[in-house]
Design a protein. Sequence first.
Length: 129
Amino acid sequence: MKRRGILNDALSGHLARLGHTDTVVVADCGLPRPAGVPVVDLALTFGVPSFAEVVDALATEIVVESAAVARETAENNPAARDLLLGHFGEPRWLTHQELKEESAHAALFVRTGEASPYANAILTCGVPF
């Protein structure tokens, strides 16, 4: 039994297998799931769990060296923008279409229950040393 951290067995297992430069997509409930990328679907109802809750949990479990975010997030979802800036610093800004295209190369896709616009990010794993 884990003492703390992410308890979802599928998510915890996928996170344990990530390596340096692997990417994790944290997605709202509407972002298309790319074919061939493992998906951990955490969505329960609209808003549960929220994008913020999942990002906060992931930030305590994995080393993130950078984030990529759709430019549209800055204007349409300042709370998501501020959350990502606070955790990971200045992101790499993409168009929403570019973010969807890059999602196809991710090591993991995590679907949240978030129902606000542009609450999506691609997190690139770093190393703890």
